[in-house]
Ligand binder design. Structure first.
Ligand code: FAD
Length: 450
């Protein structure tokens, strides 16, 4: 086996495989180090926004393949009491993740990607303080020393490489804490009788019913802080919402990161991608296409850097600038607002659904497509009027309104700060210090008061 590569990617999940394929197509030598014995994933079914195939230059799956489940053109979102349906026209594919990954890995293999399975990353190999490779260990206990010009951390939430780098290295080495995760519970269900529901969501409970590759549907719930919270909220859900009777045929659980990404995604000879860099969408916890955004930006930057044989922080910096000034700024602003938004009371959310503001079908669509809710001045005034009227008529609490306004303020400040991300590492320490001060003002996520 070769020991020297242009790029070593640790982690053969969605992020690592996509980047490996795209960089191999550029003609570089790529090694993917994966601890599993083959390409696989513990999550079975997942959603992929249909329009993102073109954006990320990925062929759509064949409809008769093992990977394909269905395409949903329309989803429905309902208020806490199951009223005021919002019809969201934003098609997404429902696919099976292990088979999707095998297809991406196959594209990679054809382009020349090499795979080292049954092998776990152990630690960084440094020379004169710079990352030049990795130490890894096979399941048979064989120690490996592998060299790469660029080392990519695509190991998911554990961020095995990023968290193992020395403190001086230039990327934050934080480990994602349990209270910085979003806990997702998926029940694969079979309807007991004739009645069924195809696809619906209830934002207030972060609960949804979606198409499934097994059984009739998936009943999903995502909650912050712990899995117990999922069970508690699901109980409350059933107190207010009636769905047809069902039996559960299997359950899946998993967690997604729910915290800000490291302030820099790059350091000398290093890049982090996907969940290892906490790139999940703050409003849904989905992370595959949002993670691809950084991977796609990195393709051109890394190609140029490899051609001049300079993978220093400065040479890779454009990945940071392009990401954090755009999607990163939107996500940061949203993440700062979510602890308050998640604590909107049942009565308040019912009111917002009724008045068709913040939770309108148009808002849901633009949140998915552009990662922001477009608020022209007329709409801001309309929302302000509806909220003030809500307070006067007792439908919206004064406390709720004050919290919303203060969270909008800090969210706007954070987003603006990210839009002004420094264009070189020189101004970074100052920018980072100010960013930390802003994040300290964001309230912590709490259990929803249902
Ligand atoms: C229940 C659930 C449902 C979800 N549904 C969706 C969805 O519908 N749509 C969506 O976009 N996102 C969804 N997500 C989020 C999505 O799964 C993640 O954002 C995505 O998997 C992140 O990809 P990744 O490649 O960064 O990390 P991972 O998927 O975690 O892959 C990491 C890979 O690295 C390997 N690895 C880890 N450590 C090491 C090591 N030390 N050495 C070698 N290899 C290592 C692992 O074996 C794995 O193959 C869901 C998450 C959950 C929990």
């Amino acid at each position: 086996m070769d020991k020297k590569f242009d790029i070593i990617i640790i982690g053969g999940g969605p992020s690592g495989l996509y980047f490996a394929w795209k960089m191999a197509e550029k003609g570089f030598s790529i090694l993917v180090v994966e601890k599993r014995d083959k390409i696989w994933h513990y999550i079975d079914s997942f959603h992929f926004d249909s329009e993102k195939f073109a954006e990320f230059d990925i062929p759509e799956p064949e409809k008769n393949s093992e990977e394909f489940v269905t395409i949903k053109e329309l989803s429905i979102n309902l208020s806490p009491f199951g009223n005021y349906p919002k019809y969201i026209i934003y098609p997404f594919h429902v696919l099976r993740l292990p088979y999707y990954l095998q297809r991406i890995a196959e594209y990679g293999k054809k382009a020349g990607v090499q795979f080292q399975f049954n092998t776990t990353y152990v630690g960084p190999k440094l020379k004169k303080g710079k990352l030049i490779g990795i130490y890894a260990e096979t399941t048979e206990g064989k120690q490996l020393e592998l060299f790469g010009k660029l080392i990519v951390d695509a190991t998911g939430i554990t961020a095995s490489v990023r968290t193992s780098l020395p403190d001086y290295y230039g990327v934050e080495t934080f480990v994602v804490r349990p209270d910085e995760l979003f806990y997702v519970l998926l029940k694969y269900i079979k309807w007991a009788g004739e009645e069924s529901i195809a696809d619906q969501g209830w934002t207030f409970y972060k609960t949804w019913i979606a198409p499934s590759p097994e059984g009739d549907a998936i009943l999903g719930i995502g909650q912050p802080l712990n899995y117990d919270n999922c069970d508690q909220v699901l109980k409350k859900f059933f107190e207010h919402i009636t769905i047809p009777e069902y039996t559960v045929i299997k359950e899946e659980r998993g967690r997604t990161p729910y915290r800000r990404p490291p302030f820099s995604l790059v350091a000398d000879n290093f890049l982090c991608l996907g969940d290892a860099a906490c790139l999940t969408k703050p409003f849904s916890g989905e992370g595959i296409t949002s993670g691809y955004t950084v991977a796609k930006l990195a393709i051109d930057v890394v190609e140029k850097a490899l051609k001049i044989d300079d993978l220093s922080t400065s040479a890779l910096w454009n990945i940071n600038t392009s990401y954090f000034r755009n999607q990163g700024a939107k996500f940061a602003g949203m993440l700062a607002q979510i602890p308050v938004a998640a604590n909107t009371s049942m009565k308040e959310m019912e009111y917002l659904f009724k008045k068709d503001v913040i939770f309108s079908a148009e808002d849901f669509t633009s949140m998915n497509r552009e990662y922001e809710i477009k608020l022209p001045i007329g709409k801001i005034l309309q929302i302000a009027f509806i909220l003030f009227w809500g307070v006067l008529s007792g439908k919206y609490s004064m406390h709720g309104l004050q919290s919303l306004l203060s969270s909008m303020k800090i969210s706007g400040t954070i987003r603006k700060h990210y839009e002004d991300y420094p264009d070189s590492p020189d101004r970074f320490p100052q920018w980072k210090k100010q960013a930390s001060t802003y994040w300290d003002l964001v309230p912590k996520m709490q259990l929803s008061e249902i």
